[in-house]
Design a protein around this ligand. Sequence first.
Ligand SMILES: Nc1ncnc2c1ncn2[C@@H]1O[C@H](COP(=O)(O)OP(=O)(O)O)[C@@H](O)[C@H]1O
Ligand SMILES: [Mg+2]
Length: 234
Amino acid sequence: MLLVDGLNAGYEEVQVLWDINLAVREGEIVSIIGANGAGKTTTLKSIVGLIIPFKGIIRFNGNDITGLPVHEAVRRGISLVPEGRHLFPKMTILENLRMGGYTINGDRYENLLERVFQIFPILKERKDQLALTLSGGEQQMLAIARGLMSDPKILMLDEPSLGLAPKIVKRVMKVVSEIREGGVAILLVEQNAKISLEISDRGYVLETGRIVLEGTSKELLRNEHVKKAYLGLM
Ligand SMILES: Nc1ncnc2c1ncn2[C@@H]1O[C@H](COP(=O)(O)OP(=O)(O)O)[C@@H](O)[C@H]1O
Ligand SMILES: [Mg+2]
């Protein structure tokens, strides 16, 4: 479904990513794990069109979408839940969700909203509250819910576990699995390798802008390098 082929990207003359190849198939959860500064966010930004690659091709459902504007990627079914959530704090939950689904109207919008409220009942209960009144975990849930309101075929999550207590992280990951059960593919970017590999089918390890390892999540969880560098195991 999503194919990244020979991606080189960065900021002005600073190259951050070198020959990145990765794929996400329909219905998969795929992880990209890597330390702070490895280039995870830059990879997602390249896919969604927030930055234009130096080189390489991004394909989605067979079409070349390299360098297309963000709204075009969103229209085709790619949604990014950004690192740090970037909610609209002084808008209500319902208004935040509306922002996520601004391209969608009528019955289709209402159906999506109903589906999202089924996954996140707490957001339905609090739909008229300002986003700033939510706890950190609830804000992450709202960011994910907003990402779903554009009716994506693939949802890309940039460090959803960041700053959340372990119990809340578990809840977020459960929701991510549920979303996949509903037919949406997931590209999950995390520093927290353990929780990320535990829910994903496959994964890629990104180090200083290069993919150094890839495999099924099971393989990566028992890989010696992954154990030492990412799981804190000797
Ligand atoms: N807007 C930017 N301008 C210049 N350099 C950046 C910018 N954003 C990120 N970088 C650099 O790119 C590298 C990778 O960053 P990033 O993709 O955010 O990594 P990660 O998400 O894995 O922490 C880092 O060295 C970072 O300093
Ligand atoms: Mg990042």
